[in-house]
Write a protein of this length. Structure first.
Length: 247
């Protein structure tokens, strides 16, 4: 059946955690940089990572008013109820009517041990917390240098599709939702992309802003350079003029 775009529900986080036991390790909706900072090789490891990561996402769902969580679902041919659908992709768009301010938002992305995870009082050793926080601090703290200050913005901070379900257009649906919201509010849409996904966003009209940034992860035990491309999209002037004529 055709894919459908729906708001993510609070109850969906439990479903997302269950993905760890339903397929091969890593065929889930854990978003970057976690696959780099917390690699998994077994079902048990994937399940643990999901419990922690989705608990952090749940906290943001409940407490961050800038968030708009979305999902793309695939219905079985004989089902129509939302609970029967398979969640294959999720995104988290953020709306900042007066622009993004790092000092107000920085804490959200730092690895904070979820209180509702009963696995203990410390992170599992497989999770490189310092690397995780370094990548996201470098990403977020740079925003005020390349995003328009004091102007309304929509920022795509989280988009991931299950590896086994890619190639069906789910990511495109999530990207276009945010572009539509930005166009409606005469705002700019922003995102930061890794090297692998940059061409996807370019196909949807996003343009790179400045040079690609290279983050050296060797100090954190990984001989890898993590690439970040800052990208933005703004509705064409004729689209804005057409909307104004209808108002």
């Amino acid at each position: 059946m055709p894919l459908r775009l729906l708001p993510l529900r609070l109850s969906d986080f439990e479903t997302l955690i269950e993905h760890g036991s339903r397929s091969y390790p890593g065929d889930d909706l854990v978003a970057p940089p976690n696959p780099v900072t917390w690699p998994v090789a077994t079902t048990a490891e994937a399940q643990t990572r999901l419990e922690y990561c989705m608990s952090m996402q749940r906290n943001r769902f409940l407490n961050d008013p800038t968030c708009h969580f979305l999902k793309v679902v695939d219905f079985p041919s004989d089902k129509t109820h939302e609970d029967d659908a398979d969640i294959i992709s999720v995104a988290r768009w953020h709306h900042y009517p007066t622009g993004y301010k790092y000092t107000l938002e920085a804490a959200w992305e730092m690895a904070t041990l979820p209180k509702d995870v009963v696995s203990g009082t410390a992170w599992p050793t497989a999770f490189n917390v310092k690397m995780h926080d370094f990548i996201l601090t470098q990403r977020d703290s740079f925003r005020e240098q390349w995003m328009a200050k004091g102007q309304p913005a929509w920022i795509l901070m989280h988009l991931v599709t299950r590896p086994s379900r890619r190639g069906r257009g789910a990511a495109a649906m999530l990207i276009e939702w945010g572009k539509d919201r930005a166009a409606e509010g005469r705002a700019v849409a922003y995102l930061e992309s890794g090297a692998a996904a940059r061409s996807l966003y370019e196909r949807h009209g996003f343009k790179q802003v400045g040079e690609i940034r290279h983050l050296n992860l060797e100090p954190f035990g990984l001989n890898v350079v993590f690439q970040l491309a800052n990208m933005s999209w703004c509705a064409p002037a004729e689209s804005i003029e057409e909307k104004s004529s209808k108002e």
